[in-house]
Every structure is written in structure tokens, then in C-alpha cells.
Design a protein around this ligand. Structure first.
Ligand SMILES: Cc1ncc(COP(=O)(O)O)c(C=O)c1O
Length: 428
């Protein structure tokens, strides 16, 4: 395989995949993860966009905190090797680097939907004339519920105040020009744009920089749900001027089921005391937090939005994963991601030629991360079930999509080749 910036000439053969793996400079990272087994072999795990695999180091990070808890009890807040009082700070720099933020703009806390709500409390501030929210149609249901309930909370009808940008008739992904047109059309009434950085269903990546610019030009606040973007794309939240963002850490960030989530608030908002917020003691200025005073004095970092003390065990798992990302860096990961995803696309298209074009890739080639969403015309969910039975784990999203995410951190070119062989057999 070529090691130039251009895409290699692919072949759907075992020899090609083996050689590509041999030349993969990230190949040793696969060994750092546990793979579920099927008939004594690693499964083809293509669902790191839903729940990332467990790093082999996670246990030792957790054990450290468990043994300090056993040893010190409550005193672990001060005496633990990594004192729990400030434990969340151990994640900040690495997470900030990963999403292109300043450390003070990033905090790990709560869960994704909770963070979106807490951030909207501050950043969705409707007025009589400016009250609408713009989002992508078919956003992840939790986001839809969050947006709808925010609107209702402020006394608006969802039908009047929510602008959902849909793909055009017969298309699967949204045209950016339609987003910009809607922003322009609603420029006097738009309060907030809240879009997924990557749409969970189609795998489409949105141009976060351009959407932020267009939103700001219209006078709106711009926030992103980065569930499918963090650890998958190169993000530059600070430079793009994004107002706020939130993401989970259990997908590409491999921090375990229901793990602690991330939040970003741009520097420009951190000291704005006019911003309303829901407050809790962990958002209070840390030097005086334990004076237990009645008056809330907000921190001047994104930690200001923290409410509760940190979930240390969840954060320990997150640290294990962040250390791997930090050692590697997003640039190398993305270089491999592009090749691996292009190889999956190639293999699917090769199979398609022989199978009456029954497979339709709906993820736009020019704006995607590592996920490819496939509609298997005439096969549907049975094909997904058969893949599972044969040792492939993709995932299924209603009504008709099989999502496959070859994750560059631990998936291989041979995984893609095996996926292709199994798929070919199942389509017979
Ligand atoms: C795009 C997106 N937003 C929100 C959520 C909800 O996440 P949580 O349950 O962590 O709040 C998910 C979960 O998969 C998601 O994919």
C-alpha cells in the first residue's frame, strides 16, 4: 500500500488487507483493546460509534481508585494517589486537546443529554422576536426531545419554533446550502442552532466552522452535539468560535457504558455573569467552595457548569482511554481513518457490482468520519441479524440502516476484508 497522502489502489483480497495491516503504523494499538470473541476469533467490531471497546489498561486505572477508596475511605479525596477532590482536572488538558479547545473551555461532567440541557439553560435565551431553534431533521431522538422540551419549557410551540432541515426528496443527507438558506431566511428570529457534528443515522459530517460563522452572522448562538464527532474527527472548537458543545465518551472515546460526558463553552462566555445557569457546588469558585457560603461564586472556566462532585470511577476509565489518544494524536488517527473507511467503501462497492447494486451507501463521500451507513435494499434487518450470527458486529438503526464504523484505533484492513467476505456469503 502506498504511504503517500493519496488513496492507495485497493484490492478486495486477503493479501492486500494483510499487507495494508503490515504497513499500518498504528497496528500495535489494536493490541491495547479487548475484542469480543466469536467461535474463538475476534469479532469484526464495527460499532465503536455506539460503544467503544475496552482498553486493556482500564482495569488498572479503576483499581487504583478502588484500592485508594479501600485504603483511605473519605480521606481519598485528599490522600489518594490522584486526589478525588480535583480528579476531573486530570482529564481536562487531554480532552481539550482532542476537541481543539483551551483547557479552561472544557470540562467532563454528567451525561451527554444532561449537558446539552444545562448548556441550553445558559445559551438558549429566547426573546419575543428571537426564539427559534434550528437543527437537523432526524437528529438523534434524545436531542429532539431535549430541543422540544426546552422550547416547551420556555412556552413555545414546537411547530412554530423548531426549524428542522431535511434532506431533499429522494436524498439521504442534508445539503449545506439548505442549512445556510434556512439560517438566512430566519435570521431575525433565530436564537439557537444546535446540530450534531456528525448525524448518527447517515454519518454525514457537518461543516461546523461554516455553520458557526453563518449562525453568528445571523445573530444566533451555535452549539453542537459531538457524540459522533469526538475522537472521530479533527475538531477545532475554539478556533471555529463554537459557543458550546457536548459529547459522550463511551463511543469513539472508549470510556465504557454510560461514561462521563464532555462539555465545551467558548472562552468568550466564561466570565459572562449575565448568563443564567443552573448551579451546584462543584461550579463554585474552588478556593472558597468549602466555606459553604450561601452565595454562588461561579468559576471562570467551563467548570462553572459542573453541578455535582466528579464521578471518579467513570473518570478513571475515561483517563485510561484519553492517555491512549494523547499518545497517538488525532492527526495520525485521521490519516488511517480515511484509508480504512475508503477501503470499506471500496469493498462494499465491489460486492455491490456483483449483487445487483443491492447495497446503497448513504454517507456522503466528501463529508464523513469513519462511519458508513448502508441501506441493504431487499434485505433489511435480517442481513444485520445474519452478520451478528457470523461474527460481525455493526449496528442497526430503524428503519433501514446498517451502520459500520471501522475505528482506526483498533480496526484493521483485515477486519474490512473479513466483513466483505461474510457479507458476500450472506447476499448469496
Ligand atoms: C447523537 C447523540 N446524541 C445524544 C445521545 C444520547 O446520549 P446520552 O444517553 O449519553 O445522553 C446519543 C446516544 O447515542 C447520540 O448518539
Amino acid at each position: 500500500m502506498e504511504v503517500t497522502k493519496s488513496m492507495p489502489v485497493f484490492e478486495n483480497t486477503l493479501a492486500f488487507a494483510q499487507n495494508a495491516d503490515k504497513e499500518d503504523t498504528l497496528k500495535t494499538y489494536r493490541e491495547k483493546f479487548f475484542f469480543p470473541q466469536h467461535n474463538g476469533q475476534d469479532v469484526v467490531y464495527f460499532t465503536g460509534n455506539s460503544l467503544g471497546l475496552q482498553p486493556k489498561t482500564t482495569l488498572s486505572y479503576l483499581q487504583q481508585e478502588l484500592s485508594d477508596w479501600a485504603k483511605f475511605g473519605v480521606e481519598g479525596h485528599f490522600l489518594a494517589k490522584n486526589p478525588w477532590l480535583s480528579y476531573h482536572e486530570l482529564l481536562t488538558d487531554k480532552m481539550a486537546k482532542l476537541v481543539g479547545a483551551l483547557p479552561k473551555e472544557t470540562v467532563m461532567m454528567n451525561q451527554l443529554t444532561v449537558n446539552l440541557h444545562l448548556l441550553m439553560v445558559s445559551f438558549y435565551r429566547p426573546t419575543k422576536t428571537r426564539f427559534k431553534i434550528l437543527c437537523e431533521a432526524k437528529a438523534f431522538p434524545s436531542d429532539q426531545y431535549a430541543l422540544q422540551s426546552q422550547l416547551k419549557f420556555h412556552g413555545y410551540n414546537v411547530e412554530d419554533a423548531l426549524i428542522e432541515i431535511e434532506p431533499r426528496e429522494g436524498e439521504y443527507h442534508i445539503r449545506h446550502e439548505d442549512i445556510y438558506e434556512a439560517i438566512e431566511k430566519n435570521k431575525d428570529s433565530l436564537a439557537l442552532i444546535m446540530i450534531g457534528g456528525v448525524n448518527y443515522f447517515s454519518g454525514q459530517v457537518f461543516d461546523m466552522k461554516a455553520i458557526t460563522e453563518a449562525g453568528h452572522k445571523a445573530g444566533a448562538v451555535v452549539g453542537f452535539d459531538l457524540a459522533h464527532a469526538a475522537g472521530n474527527l479533527k475538531l477545532e472548537l475554539h478556533n471555529w468560535g463554537v459557543d458550546f458543545a457536548a459529547w459522550c465518551s463511551y463511543k469513539y472515546l472508549n470510556s465504557g457504558p454510560g461514561a462521563v460526558a464532555g462539555a465545551f463553552v467558548h472562552e468568550k462566555h466564561l466570565k459572562n455573569t449575565d448568563l443564567p445557569q443552573f448551579a451546584g457546588w462543584w461550579g463554585h469558585e474552588k478556593e472558597t467552595r468549602f466555606l459553604m457560603d450561601k452565595k454562588f461564586v461561579p468559576m471562570q472556566t467551563a467548570e462553572r457548569w459542573q453541578m455535582s462532585n466528579a464521578p471518579v470511577l467513570s473518570m478513571a476509565a475515561c483517563r485510561a482511554s484519553l492517555d491512549i489518544f494523547d499518545e497517538l494524536g488525532m492527526d495520525k488517527l485521521i490519516e488511517k481513518s480515511k484509508k480504512l473507511t475508503a477501503y470499506l467503501e471500496f469493498v462494499v462497492e465491489e460486492i455491490n457490482k456483483k449483487k445487483n447494486n443491492c447495497l446503497q451507501i448513504i454517507t456522503p463521500k466528501e463529508s464523513r468520519g469513519c462511519q458508513i451507513s448502508i441501506v441493504a435494499n431487499g434485505y433489511g434487518k435480517n442481513l444485520y441479524n445474519n452478520l451478528i450470527e457470523n461474527g460481525v458486529i455493526p449496528d442497526w438503526r430503524e428503519p433501514n440502516v446498517i451502520r459500520c464504523a471501522p475505528v482506526p484505533l483498533y480496526n484493521s484492513f483485515q477486519d474490512v476484508y473479513r466483513f466483505g467476505s461474510i457479507l458476500t456469503n450472506l447476499l448469496k
